[in-house]
Design a protein around this ligand. Structure first.
Ligand SMILES: [Zn+2]
Length: 69
């Protein structure tokens, strides 16, 4: 089943309110983006799981915040 809304918050439908969804959307977009590695300072770090990050440039896997570094 497809919904007409798109993006990471579409799964919430009409529930939970617009303000809450806007906050969730901002966090989710941020967590999907590649982030700066604290070791080599390159934008090549991806989130593997909650709080687990992997840098492709220096091959380091490390724990950090759940949704961002
Ligand atoms: Zn790195």
């Amino acid at each position: 089943m497809k919904t007409k809304k798109s993006g990471p918050i579409a799964r919430f439908g009409a529930r939970y309110g617009a303000v809450v969804k806007e906050k969730v959307r901002a966090v989710e977009i941020k967590q999907r983006q590649k982030q700066k590695c604290p070791f080599c300072k390159k934008l090549s770090t991806k989130r593997l799981a909650k709080g687990l990050w992997l840098c492709r440039a220096c091959k380091k896997k490390f724990a950090s915040h759940s949704y961002y570094i």
